[in-house]
Design a protein. Structure first.
Length: 86
């Protein structure tokens, strides 16, 4: 099973071509796994009814990947199934 993440830009783009979100994601309800122990984690937040934000828990002011709920479910299922194990 392959996996494709569709990025949905919200707002404008900066000088490097990165999407700049108009939303204030600092107020989002960010969560990370309760199994997180070593600090190498991501945090996720529900963004409205249709999107999920994903960010590095060690760089909370850095980039946020925004995907659809469907893509998030596919990614989560792939991780649980070991699809991305090396």
């Amino acid at each position: 099973m392959g996996f494709l993440v569709r990025l949905y830009p919200y707002g404008s783009f900066d000088e490097k071509g990165w999407a700049v979100l108009d939303s204030d994601l600092s107020k989002a309800d960010w969560r990370k796994s309760r199994h997180s122990a070593n600090g190498n984690c991501v945090e996720v937040a529900q963004l409205g009814l249709t999107h999920v934000g994903i960010r590095d828990s060690n760089d909370r002011s850095g980039a946020t990947l925004v995907v659809t709920v469907e893509d998030w479910r596919a990614l989560s299922a792939g991780i649980k199934d070991g699809e991305f194990d090396f």
